[in-house]
Design a protein around this ligand. Structure first.
Ligand code: FCB
Length: 498
């Protein structure tokens, strides 16, 4: 069947996020003329650099050997062999018809010791940048550290920021004329949370607040140094970072929302045998806002505010995937870590818990309400994040790029490819509608990058979750564009969402 007929057919059968079948004829949504359309990837998730795993060049290459930390099979660090298949992937990137491509440099493979830069890896990036027919958006650190720096304390050691700046200068010497958009860090908040609170990622520290803040400071210094180096090289270059932003909502508000924004919360009073305990849901003040607001500040805003304070942010990248709902409790346990008392007077109510429970059930393979990682699909949350008073006030008219947003499913067998991936198409449409609404309210959103161009290695969760517009066969490494690739391609080419 002709691919466009196929897409149309899928759209006709789509169920939209509110669970109702779309009845009225779709009116196309027009995006601003200069809106940037793109896709995103990260080096460690796709490349499979031949030296990296073998020589343990990075902290993540070493982490792969911890079966209790990374879900197997991980393909011995080969990811999806982008390093080997660069030319084929370039054709897929260029044929998509987008305006931009976000990739990350493999710092560990390029920078192997003080003043030791690897020529062959440099040549790979020359081929990538020369072969791209679209604007490159270059991420400098996407979680992964060179092992020689990680072993000396990583971001906790101030020397890492200095070496990072040397790396940036090396990139400027080689690619300063080819790249205008520079993303210093991907999601410092996720790196710090997983590396220093839960310990599920390198450096694997648990509730190490001291390490957390030292590393935070190190990354901030690195960002500042890189900002100055890049602007010193060419003041018209644009420097920002990508922040993971969740929509944090109070439980009470989430219930009001479900009740159609009525003033009367639809919450059943909690019954309790302890008469001294007053249910928070009988209170007139929404105490659930306490943990939600604190999380919002710590997770979403701290690093942004630090960069703004230093005057080192030309644009902000926003990575959005889901929302979290919080309930107030003075004795809260964190359901994700039952042994842990919450430090933040709140109980995480929603998706993490479901994510945990899903481990033994086969239900979260493919569905429209959650991705295969158990993250709730909630496009409205993206609109809420982008249009909140706090966001608007802080960012003013600074350009915003949505640098990540995507949907994952898993396959139950090698035959189960789901190349028609209708939920991904629905996902993209829903989130673009949310972005468009924020643009109508004068939020200066200048671009959108779908995560990800291609199926890849999803960190601790291994190869199973598939976020790509392009399918990769894990045996042959063959690529096959999914229906969402063609759907997104139409959007990129027409600047319209149908
Ligand atoms: C983001 C990461 C990205 C990918 C997506 C699913 O937090 O930046 O590398 O893993 O989640």
């Amino acid at each position: 069947m002709d691919i466009f007929k196929l897409i149309k057919k899928i759209q006709e059968n789509l169920f939209f996020s509110n669970g109702q079948k779309e009845s009225k004829k779709n009116k196309p949504i027009e995006f601003p003329t200069n809106f940037t359309w793109g896709t995103a990837t990260a080096a460690f998730q796709i490349e499979g650099h031949p030296d990296e795993y073998r020589e343990k060049l990075s902290d993540w290459a070493e982490w792969l050997d911890k079966p209790e930390k990374v879900k197997s099979p991980n393909g011995a660090g080969l990811a999806v062999k982008h390093y080997e298949k660069l030319e084929e992937d370039l054709t897929l990137i260029n044929d998509l018809g987008a305006d931009a491509y976000r990739f990350s440099f493999n710092w560990a493979a390029l920078h192997r010791g003080p003043d030791d830069f690897h020529e062959e890896t440099l040549a790979f990036y020359e081929r990538l940048l020369d072969g791209l027919k679209v604007k490159p958006f270059a991420t400098l650190v996407h979680f992964v550290l060179p092992n020689w720096l990680a072993k000396e304390g990583g971001w906790e050691n101030p020397n890492t920021a200095c070496e990072f700046n040397n790396f940036v200068k090396f990139l400027l010497e080689n690619f300063g004329e080819k790249i205008q958009y520079w993303i210093t860090f991907n999601e410092p908040n996720i790196f710090l949370g997983f590396g220093y609170e839960s310990g599920i990622w390198p450096p694997g520290k648990t509730n190490d607040l001291n390490g957390y803040f030292k590393a935070y400071q190190g990354m901030l210094t690195a960002h500042e140094l890189a900002y100055k180096s890049i602007k010193g090289y060419n003041p018209s270059h644009q420097v920002g970072f990508s922040q993971n932003m969740y929509y944090f909502q109070s439980y009470q508000q989430s219930q009001e929302g479900e009740a159609g924004n009525s003033n009367k919360p639809k919450i059943k009073p909690e019954t309790t045998t302890n008469t001294s305990h007053i249910s928070p849901y009988k209170r007139r003040v929404d105490l659930d806002l306490v943990p939600a607001v604190i999380r919002d500040q710590l997770h979403n805003y701290s690093f942004i505010e630090s960069c703004l304070d230093m005057g080192s942010l030309d644009f902000l990248g926003v990575n959005y995937y889901t929302r979290f709902i919080y309930k107030f409790s003075t004795q809260a346990k964190d359901p994700a870590n039952p042994d842990l008392d919450s430090l933040l007077w709140g109980q995480l109510q929603s998706t993490l818990k479901e994510c945990k429970n899903k481990e033994n059930s086969a239900t979260r393979v493919r569905e429209s309400s959650h991705n295969s990682l158990g993250w709730e699909i909630y496009p409205e949350g993206l609109y809420k994040v982008l249009s909140s008073e706090k966001f608007k006030k802080l960012l003013g008219n600074k350009p915003i790029f949505i640098t990540e947003n995507g949907y994952s499913y898993i396959e139950t067998s090698p035959e189960d490819k789901d190349l028609e991936d209708k939920y991904r198409i629905d996902f993209i449409k829903g989130h673009l509608e949310a972005i468009h609404r924020a643009i109508q309210e004068n939020v200066n959103i200048q671009g959108y990058f779908y995560w990800s161009l291609i199926d890849n290695f999803e960190w601790a969760l291994g190869m199973e979750p598939r976020f790509g517009l392009i399918h990769v066969d894990h045996e042959t490494y063959n690529r096959a564009p999914k229906a969402s690739y063609h759907y997104y391609s139409e959007i990129c080419k027409t600047n319209q969402v149908i």
